[in-house]
Design a protein. Structure first.
Length: 135
């Protein structure tokens, strides 16, 4: 897996397959695994539904504990939100705007064979120009 950083937890993306991302965190030395199911909400936010959370590789973690952990530990940054239930929502356009990167809303997201693919554009399917220079 690839390290994802973080000061409080060690994070690893174990694999991407079957429409899901499989993540492992180390919380005070205890491995915690989770499955993230990406979808796109109306308006273009990417929703990562968190499920299959297990501590130590076998002990199911209740949804209420996952919600509490999200409330406590999800970074407060532009474009990152807690969603309904045990979900995280990402607004990539909002998150990247301070860096001068302008994206249209996300339309679709797929997670297969170690790749996550996101398509962007308005409801008509058109992908507006996002700035930059042309020569």
């Amino acid at each position: 897996g690839r390290p994802l950083g973080g000061e409080r937890f060690l994070h690893r993306l174990e694999k991407i397959a079957g429409g899901k991302l499989f993540l492992v965190l180390s919380v005070k030395g205890l491995p915690v695994s989770a499955e993230l199911l990406p979808t796109v909400k109306p308006g273009g936010r990417i929703r990562l539904a968190i499920g299959g959370v297990r501590a130590g590789g076998f002990l199911p973690v209740p949804a209420v504990a996952v919600r509490a952990a999200l409330a406590c530990f999800l970074p407060v940054k532009p474009g990152i939100y807690t969603g309904e239930g045990t979900a995280i929502e990402l607004d990539l356009a909002e998150a990247l705007a301070p860096a001068g990167i302008h994206l249209p809303p996300a339309r679709t997201v797929t997670a297969e064979q170690d790749w996550v693919e996101i398509s962007f554009g308005d409801a008509s399917g058109a992908t507006p120009a996002t700035g930059g220079s042309s020569r």
